[in-house]
Design a protein around this ligand. Structure first.
Ligand code: FAD
Length: 466
């Protein structure tokens, strides 16, 4: 039945429908000559750019709300940082309907790694198997009737003559350059590509600097006997259980085990670029290896991202090679694969109708149109190697964190009328972003925006139980 609906909207004579792209910038028309592009137009109510955690939640919510939804994803799979980025560890997740649904679907597949202690909040923080997460994302979109196009980045956006609405976006794929239209657009690219292409204003990075949080290349690694390296695993027995150190002080298990791993690498003459090199176990002998940090990158600098990506590949192979050489418990320690894309923590923070700020965090500002609550502390990773060496992650920037509300107006673009943002590219300052930039909040924001696009958004109270 859904297929029938989609076919109804397919343009009949594609060849006769072309546009000559015009970009309106500051009321100046820039016409791209000799660039006729085929329009596949007028057959989606909602276009979602980016199929990461946020984009999947947004697309599924809008589709379930009765909208015809098309989703464009740059990579060859859905899931973003969960899958193409090989993240594997998740926190502050149990707070949206779609979040709970993902938890239940992963559990049905046996793909969520439960912790060995019952003090660990299994619903709020956990480890998952990336390939199963990919399957879950793709099944949810398929079942909701979302039309997904993979390996198809959004590369341009044009406004209509009012200069207040996005009329057309351009994608590039193996089908060539294509133009698409919809009533409503949602930017879930993480980086804020669609909004930036549409000429929306944004902020970037740490106050006074042109860059922000470091990026990380994750990898999958395997070893002959996973149990033999248990003392180096951040999530066993549990990330945040307290460990007493020989000098009488305490730390959490994650820091204890990652610093043990760091010391082992340093004894081989290696100094990992991430000061808390981490192994997350998500299957018997298989782990996520998060040991790399790339500093001072921007999401809009393709050349620097490419250099960083290849530098990161080199570092991962070097670090893993040193561990494998140790033999003993490290026998057979090999890199199985690295992420398709380096993971960006930072983002363009697109200007919205409201901006959530450090003041809102510290004062616990309440909003009538709250769409989720961020319960994670302000987590600033060391902005350069020196800062990272003294405290790699979890820096608060002096902000006294408490759970804070995010109003849906932070997800509605200020500069155009038919564009929502969701995920790490919403409107917030550097400090608020350093808290809400995690996937639990991203899914909740995507869900809220998808509902808003379908006209069924209601301010939320946090769903605490299944
Ligand atoms: C190394 C690292 C560690 C992290 N640790 C944690 C953690 O432990 N727990 C946690 O919950 N969160 C963590 N995060 C945060 C997490 O990355 C973000 O919450 C998440 O990326 C937000 O989801 P998103 O969908 O907004 O963005 P993304 O996951 O980045 O998804 C964006 C999607 O859009 C696609 N895309 C980009 N540009 C375009 C375009 N022009 N056209 C079409 N598609 C496009 C991308 O390919 C991607 O699939 C971490 C991030 C990194 C990088």
């Amino acid at each position: 039945m859904l297929l029938g609906n989609w076919q109804r909207f397919k343009p009949i004579n594609l060849e006769s429908r072309f546009i000559t792209p015009i970009r309106l910038q500051n009321n100046r028309k820039i016409v791209y000559l000799n660039a006729k592009i085929r329009i596949i137009a007028d057959w989606a109510d909602v276009i979602v750019a980016g199929g990461g955690p946020t984009g999947v939640a947004a697309a599924v919510s809008a589709a379930r709300g009765g909208k015809k939804v098309r989703l464009f994803e740059l990579q060859g799979a859905l899931g973003g940082v969960w899958t193409s980025g090989l993240l594997t560890y998740i926190f502050d997740f149990n707070k949206s309907e779609i979040g709970w649904e993902i938890i239940h679907r992963l559990d049905a597949l046996g793909a969520r790694k439960l912790d060995k202690t019952d003090t660990y909040d299994l619903q709020r923080n956990w480890v998952y198997e990336p390939e199963y997460m990919k399957f879950v994302c793709e099944e949810m979109c398929r079942e909701a009737g979302v039309k997904v196009i993979l390996q198809c980045p959004v590369v341009a956006a044009y406004r209509d003559s009012s200069n207040r609405r996005i009329e057309t976006i351009i994608t590039e794929s193996k089908s060539g350059r294509q133009a698409w239209r919809a009533e409503t657009f949602i930017d879930c690219t993480g980086d804020g590509d669609l909004a930036a292409l549409a000429g929306c204003g944004f902020d970037y990075g740490y106050p006074g600097l042109s860059y922000g949080q470091p990026a990380t290349m994750n990898a999958l690694v395997a070893v002959d006997d996973g149990d033999a390296i248990e003392e180096y695993l951040s999530n066993e027995p549990a990330m945040w259980t307290r460990v007493k150190l020989p000098d009488g002080t305490e730390t959490c298990h994650h820091i204890y085990s990652s610093h043990k791993l760091k010391a082992l690498l340093q004894a081989q003459g290696l100094d990992p670029s991430y000061g808390d090199p981490t192994l997350f176990r998500f299957h018997k002998n298989v782990f996520c290896f998060m040991a790399n940090h790339e500093y001072q990158l921007r999401v809009d600098d393709a050349e620097a991202i490419s250099d960083a990506t290849m530098r990161a590949h080199r570092e991962i192979i070097t670090l893993a090679g040193a561990l494998e050489k140790l033999g003993g418990p490290w026998k057979g320690f090999r890199v199985i694969g690295s992420a398709e894309q380096i993971g960006h923590r930072d983002a363009r923070r697109i200007h919205g109708q409201c901006t959530v700020t450090r003041d809102d965090i510290e004062n616990g500002t309440t909003f009538e149109d709250v769409c989720t609550i961020s319960r994670t502390c302000v987590d600033i990773h060391g902005l350069d190697k020196k800062m990272n060496d003294s405290k790699a992650a979890g820096n608060s920037g002096g902000v006294k964190s408490q759970p804070f509300q995010i109003p849906i107006r932070c997800c509605i673009a200020r500069d155009v009328d038919n564009l929502y943002m969701a995920g790490r590219n919403i409107s917030g300052d550097f400090y608020a972003h350093a808290s809400y930039r995690i996937t639990g909040s991203s899914v909740a924001l995507g869900e809220a925006v998808g509902k808003a696009a379908a006209g069924i958004f209601k301010p939320v109270t946090i769903v605490a139980e299944a």
